[in-house]
Ligand binder design. Structure first.
Ligand code: C5P
Length: 397
């Protein structure tokens, strides 16, 4: 595919070298169109070497080939990474005072931008209004991520990682095996309040659920990610243009959000760790030792959400459950998982062994995926993204 990568003048331009590399390695024909300002960060020879195409910033080069419109017309996708606050403002206004500006006006291909700027500039109403206008026009926006910025500050404004941008680009270009499907994935761990400062919770980070959402989006699905108290590093994964994030706290909130999204979903995946019980009464005021004695917290059982979703399944809908077990051995794990699959009525059950050292909070995972009749439909280990890919492979059959 023909991809134009516009690079504007921000320090994140250095990360776009890797982006261009990922795209060319993916078999795409990439033309880089930097702005003059971008060349102060990464020089022209680097872009030419990495893209293996001549690079210019000017509308006055290659005039015979009407380059200022030809690039945009021939493109299957235009990416702007980094997209600075200034370049976003120029795009919104439709300014065409350089080759990137004319290319963006001349193209009918999808446009994907990866904003990068200081948090204050990102939050400024002018930038937010520009982003809203671009979104309305159908521009796809990836990021920005929350994290360390140039100069030691931190906040939203950091350009998404090249892999994430390449994934978003891939989803826009290739229909993917989940194209046209709506999926809903829950991630993280619920928290059941005891009083205004305390809760009953669990160690789930939400990384596996977020990886499932990212992988589904990369394969073309429209994704709703219902995120319960996910760890900060998961948030970047959720900024894919096809991922809608619904934040929840308690099991009851998660249940409402899942039922809402499942009503129009083709595939439902419950990767969240849900509290089985919640306190009967939530104190309005912090429990204190001054009250004397040791408090007793009476619990009541929460609804089994995935079982309820399986009962309410739409025709053709697939429901996937997860199970984290602490078994003696693999045989016991699979036996427990099969019983759970049947009890909950789910089409697939993804089971992993967890312990003090592995499973929760880590970047890696190892799972067995049980399909129809409890038959092992897949086994995967490695990064949570690799496990996510195996789960979608099993679900797609
Ligand atoms: O019974 P267990 O907690 O091991 O089951 C795990 C699976 O059930 C996961 O898919 C989890 O999201 C789901 N679950 C649920 N509602 C609960 C407890 C677990 O949907 N109350």
């Amino acid at each position: 595919m023909n991809i134009v990568v516009g690079v504007t003048g921000g320090i994140a331009a250095y990360k776009s070298v890797h982006l261009v590399r990922l795209l060319t390695k993916g078999g795409h024909d990439v033309t880089v169109v930097p702005t003059d300002d971008a060349l102060r960060f990464v020089g022209l020879p680097t872009w030419e070497a990495i893209s293996r195409h001549p690079v210019t910033t000017s509308v006055h080069d290659d005039v015979a080939k009407v380059r200022h419109v030809a690039l945009g017309q021939a493109a299957d996708l235009v990416i702007v990474a980094p997209a600075t606050a200034n370049s976003i403002a120029k795009m919104t206004a439709g300014l065409a005072d350089d080759l990137l500006g004319t290319t963006l006006l001349a193209t009918e291909a999808p446009v994907l931008i990866a904003p990068a700027m200081h948090a204050e500039m990102w939050r400024h109403p002018a930038t937010q209004a520009n982003i809203a206008t671009l979104r309305e026009r159908g521009v796809h926006i990836v990021g920005p991520a929350d994290g360390e910025l140039a100069g030691g500050d931190s906040g939203p404004g950091r350009m998404s990682e090249p892999e994430e941008i390449a994934d978003a680009a891939g989803a826009l270009l290739a229909p993917g095996d989940l194209a046209g499907l709506r999926v809903v994935v829950s991630a993280g761990g619920t928290r059941e309040p005891i009083d205004p400062v305390r809760f009953l919770g669990n160690r789930s980070s939400g990384r596996q659920g977020a990886a499932l959402a990212a992988e589904a989006a990369a394969r073309g699905a429209e994704v709703t990610l219902v995120a319960a108290n996910v760890s900060a590093d998961v948030r970047g994964v959720t900024r894919h243009p096809s991922v809608r994030v619904v934040r929840v706290g308690t099991a009851a909130e998660l249940s409402d959000a899942m039922k809402d999204a499942a009503a129009s979903a083709d595939i439902v995946v419950m990767a969240a760790a849900v509290a089985d019980y919640r306190p009967v009464a939530v104190s309005d005021r912090k429990l204190t030792k001054e009250a004397g004695g040791v408090p007793t917290i009476e619990l009541v059982e929460n609804e089994d959400i995935v079982a309820a979703l399986a009962v309410a399944k739409r025709p053709g809908q697939i429901v996937v459950g997860f199970a984290a077990e602490t078994p003696e051995n693999e045989a016991e794990m699979l036996e427990r998982a099969r019983r759970k699959q049947e009890r909950k009525g789910v089409d697939f059950l993804v089971v992993n062994a967890v312990g003090w050292e592995h499973g929760f909070e880590s970047a890696e995972n190892a799972v067995h995926i049980l399909g129809e009749g409890g038959v092992v439909a897949g086994v995967a280990s490695g990064s949570k993204r690799a496990v996510a890919a195996a789960v979608w492979n099993a679900v797609r059959g």
